[in-house]
Design a protein around this ligand. Sequence first.
Ligand code: 5GP
Ligand code: MN
Length: 343
Amino acid sequence: MIDNIIDNSSIQALCALLEKSRNCLILTHSRPDGDAIGSSLALAHFIKNTGCEATIVVPNDYPPFLAWMPGIESIIINDKQQTAAEEAIQKADLIFCLDFNALSRIDEVGEKVSSTTAPKILIDHHLFPDDIFDVAISHPEACSTAELVFRTIWQMGRADALTKEAAECIYTGIMTDTGNFAYASSRKDIYHIVAELISKGIDKDIIYRRVFYNYSFSRMRLMGYMMYEKLKYYPERNAALLTLTYDELKRFNGAKGDTEGIVNMPLQIKGTRFSCFLREESKGKINVSLRSVDEFPCNEVAAKFFNGGGHKNASGGEVRGTMEEAEQLFIKTLEEFSAELTE
Ligand code: 5GP
Ligand code: MN
């Protein structure tokens, strides 16, 4: 029922490497989201269950709404635990790179890893992966890296070694990267995979509440403020812009993860094709999140204007400059892509 989309030679090469490895290292991207953490934890649970060590290193902290995830307490956060991260990198005899496509996406961790000789395995769904991996399981058509972790284990014929905890982590990755099955989720296999996960004993409704009904009162107020005061709409371009300065975030006692999902909200306005969220991360550094629907390629916008990239309908980047400069760049994107936005 579940098609084998990963080529057999990759699966076999991976099995051979796993067989002779003792210490696996799992890496995922900066500002890790539900798919980054979910796919990494699921793979770690699986590897440990088959008798090998597995350590996860992330560049920086995960948002609090993921804190419930089984095994998350053992993740090493490079920002806070430099020595432990370095030790884990040095000790590794096999390195998995999950949910990112280039070492530059994992900051300083990428520099440390690039000098190691351990074989490197990519499992990811971003376009244009780097050419540095010994085994590359790269499928941009997959809804999430968690889906690919499931498929890898499935095609290894080892679904028996997937515990309920691992299944919860895979489900979280699929659920968050598809906006609870609102986008990138129209392939039948996703639902066969979900059925397999449910047969492991997970409760998908509880996972939904743990992730999406887990915000503070102040986050709700921040949302109200953003929608009432900060949303700009460009009907002639079917586009929307949200901006948030560091001071505004502090005014609402904004915590890590509180701006998650905000960029998707303007897409609810009838006809909207493109949404942009500019968030001041620190003085002179603006984080850019872009979302689009259908064929509008927001990753091209990210690459051309915001020094970034990503998926066709979900991408990001940054601006080194002021919020005003970032806004001006956004206005320029509307001009540059006006044909695609209005066609
Ligand atoms: P988010 O808006 O959730 O931060 O990012 C959405 C997606 O955009 C991520 O999954 C990632 O694929 C991509 N992305 C975000 N920031 C960057 C960036 O700076 N560079 C690249 N290449 N991709 C990014
Ligand atoms: Mn992902």
